[in-house]
Design a protein around this ligand. Structure first.
Ligand code: 5GP
Ligand code: ZN
Length: 115
């Protein structure tokens, strides 16, 4: 737990969030400023600042991100129509919270290239 980290505080239950999924490695909760009808954040329980800070020991957590995203998309009813699973890394990637997370966006058409 990093004291100044908002996602560590959500993981610890110190800040409320609308949690949609949790297991021993991950939690997923609804984004406070949704960019699509469905917008969830998949967040490792362990504090990892960015994609660049991952190492081989994080492989099980990363695999879980994909299985949790598939499960959530099915449960929320947008699996078959499609969705986007995206990670923003550092300033030019658009990262604003320095605790690794993956956005799961569904319920509307996504554009390409992204902005
Ligand atoms: P980033 O730009 O770092 O990839 O995305 C951070 C995301 O976290 C943003 O979409 C933002 O709306 C969301 N966010 C920031 N603070 C909170 C919070 O306290 N609660 C929730 N549920 N989402 C948050
Ligand atoms: Zn953190």
């Amino acid at each position: 737990m990093v004291n100044s980290c908002i996602f560590c505080k959500i993981v610890a239950g110190e800040i409320p969030a609308k949690i949609a999924y949790q297991d021993d490695l991950l939690i997923a909760f609804h984004d406070v400023h949704p960019q699509a009808p469905h917008h969830l954040l998949l967040v490792p329980r362990k504090h990892i600042a960015t994609t660049l800070d991952l190492d081989a020991s994080d492989a099980p957590m990363l695999a879980r991100v994909f299985s949790a995203a598939a499960q959530l998309s099915r449960e929320l009813g947008f699996a078959e129509e499609g969705f986007r699973l995206v990670n923003n890394c550092n300033r030019r990637g658009g990262q604003v919270v320095w605790h690794l997370h993956f956005h799961l966006l569904g319920g509307r058409d996504m554009t390409w290239p992204p902005g």
